[in-house]
Design a protein around this ligand. Structure first.
Ligand SMILES: [Zn+2]
Length: 146
């Protein structure tokens, strides 16, 4: 599935120079430096978000491009060539779980932001995204396109 515009695509391609192994740590320390307080991996919140702002009811999910099969333009998300059946089942399962989490969070009045691991190649864009998300009470992203 691919519904990004050519402009977004080319920005993504540019951002995909490398894949990050510890994106959560990078984002957490960035948010910490911004002065926000958060909780990590709270089990009581649907989807156990990587970062949760419980008073604001906002959650940030940092998605590994491979596990969540980021758009085909993302070089971190390429499909393995062996065991294709296994992987395609696994990815379908992940996607269904994301859809369920998205619905549960929305029903509970939470807003959420997805940050893809490949986006960390441009930390300024990520910082702006996070600031916009935390300062704007209407904004929410989609965990997955249904
Ligand atoms: Zn990606």
């Amino acid at each position: 599935m691919d519904n990004t515009t050519p402009e977004i695509r080319s920005r993504m391609m540019k951002a995909n120079r490398s894949c990050n192994t510890k994106p959560e740590l990078v984002i957490r320390s960035m948010i910490h430096r911004m002065g926000f307080r958060y909780r990590v991996n709270l089990k009581v919140i649907p989807g156990k978000p990587d970062i949760a702002f419980t008073k604001m009811k906002k959650a940030i999910f940092i998605h590994g491009c491979f596990w969540h099969q980021h758009d085909v333009g993302c070089s971190c998300a390429h499909l393995p060539q062996s065991n294709k059946d296994y992987w395609s089942k696994k990815f379908t399962y992940n996607r269904q779980r994301d859809i369920a989490v998205q619905k549960e969070l929305t029903d509970l009045g939470w807003r959420y932001l997805i940050i893809w691991e490949c986006e960390l190649n441009d930390i300024d864009i990520v910082r702006n995204k996070v600031l916009y998300f935390l300062n704007n009470n209407e904004y929410t992203s989609k965990l997955v396109n249904e």
